[in-house]
Design a binder for this molecule. Structure first.
Ligand SMILES: [Zn+2]
Length: 427
């Protein structure tokens, strides 16, 4: 059953940000349900041969040159004539550029080059938006070692060849047919292939259209409180603790960081430590991603509707500015405590978890509802009275007594999403 305030809407893909519903100011909901077409991304490790790797590096460098040349053109046009050059203008020049450079730009896929120009266009669009909001840094040139990916349109300069035996292959124009370790099946129509370099590894990212496969209804709905002390708490009282590996990894990383700073610049030792550091970070990222996938999977399997707070993690993790009080004295604002908290929140990686949850919910035909977070932790979920909070994990309602603060918050979230009393039974 959907909330009357909630107008369902179709959203093209997980990465697009959901629009608010309801009247401005009174918006309490963002609803992810009822999408028509979904896209799903798969990231696989690729194992190019030595010659292929050389050609792939050349591909990245040529695309980097194209990107920088297009950026230069936009800069000059603005500097000399205050003219904005559009994507379509730049795209129209591609034919001539390719014809004039048959052994360089001319070797590459036309549509992939268009994608690189589009990528620059996206950078400019966000620059214009930031410029309107005040300060903005002008888009910068990219160096070869910061230009790490090229996007191809499937069937045009790139092709996906799923595994017959042990290996799958991704064929890219000007690179060749690259061996890929495919650890899960790709379903649906492949739309794009991306060749990406990360440190010294290569990956192929495949985006395919897919149809949702709805899970059977469980008739259960839940509010979910996300936290710092615990990863999450549901209105049903389920608790998922924070993974400890993050704290453990932190020690290892801090230690390596120190050693690297002490090592002589340009030395082999420093290079080796840097590589070790990169490996540790990769490990943390992949273990955290794995944890997010498993946690999201459990929620999606158990609940038809999942309500969460709309958290602005960027605002939460920003270091608070000191404030003067009425008399002009500077009050301690808990900046140090907040900075510690920031670290934990960043470690928890909420944005990633939300994106994963939204994706899985969409595939399973489940709903994710985001609600306004104001006062969910301090008001009683039964009567709405302001509670007393003697400890971080406990709230006491003058009428209803004490309850676990996170469960109380989770039930408030459920109520705000229109899921009845906030308990996980039927509405
Ligand atoms: Zn109460």
């Amino acid at each position: 059953m959907s909330c009357p305030e909630c107008r369902r809407q179709a959203v093209g893909s997980v990465r697009e940000s959901p629009r608010e519903t309801g009247t401005p100011g009174a918006a309490t909901h963002t609803d992810y349900s009822g999408r028509v077409q979904m896209k799903r991304a798969y990231k696989f490790r690729a194992y190019p041969t030595r010659p292929q790797e050389g050609r792939a590096a050349r591909l990245l460098a040529d695309h980097c040159d194209l990107y920088n040349a297009a950026l230069e053109e936009r800069r000059e046009a603005w500097r000399r004539q205050s003219v904005n050059i559009s994507y379509s203008t730049q795209s129209a020049q591609l034919r001539a550029i390719r014809a004039g450079d048959p052994n360089g730009q001319g070797r590459h896929s036309f549509t992939a080059q268009q994608q690189t120009l589009r990528r620059l266009n996206v950078v400019f669009l966000s620059f214009y938006a930031r410029a309107q909001a005040g300060g903005a840094g002008y888009p910068r040139f990219k160096s070869y070692n910061r230009f790490q990916q090229v996007l191809f349109v499937a069937g045009d300069g790139a092709r996906w060849e799923p595994a017959v035996g042990r290996w799958s292959y991704a064929r890219f124009r000007a690179v060749g047919s690259v061996k890929v370790r495919q650890h899960r099946p790709v379903t649906g129509m492949v739309k794009t292939l991306q060749l990406k370099r990360e440190h010294r590894r290569w990956y192929v990212i495949i985006v395919a259209d897919c149809e949702p496969v709805p899970l059977p209804a469980t008739m259960r709905k839940a509010g979910v409180d996300v936290g710092v002390a615990r990863f999450l708490t549901t209105s049903a009282g389920d608790v998922v603790a924070n993974p400890r590996f993050l704290a453990n990894a932190q020690d290892v990383i801090a230690n390596l960081q120190r050693r690297m700073e002490r090592a002589r610049r340009e030395s082999g030792n420093r290079k080796r430590i840097r590589r070790q550091l990169a490996r540790e970070w990769r490990k943390v990222h992949s273990r955290r991603r794995d944890f997010h996938h498993k946690t999201a999977r459990t929620l999606v399997n158990e609940f038809d509707v999942i309500a969460l707070e709309k958290l602005n993690t960027r605002a939460m993790t920003r270091r608070p500015a000191p404030r003067p009080d009425d008399a002009g004295a500077w009050l301690p604002n808990g900046a140090a405590a907040k900075a510690g908290l920031n670290k934990v929140i960043l470690d928890v990686g909420w944005a990633q978890f939300m994106a994963i949850l939204a994706g899985k919910a969409e595939e399973a035909g489940r709903r994710v509802v985001l609600v306004n977070p104001a006062h969910t932790s301090t008001n009683c979920h039964q009567c709405g009275a302001r509670c007393h909070r003697p400890r971080q994990n406990l709230v006491i309602c003058p009428e209803h007594g004490g309850i676990d603060a996170d469960i109380n918050a989770a039930r408030n979230i459920a109520t705000r999403a229109g899921l009845g009393s906030g308990h996980t039974s039927t509405v």
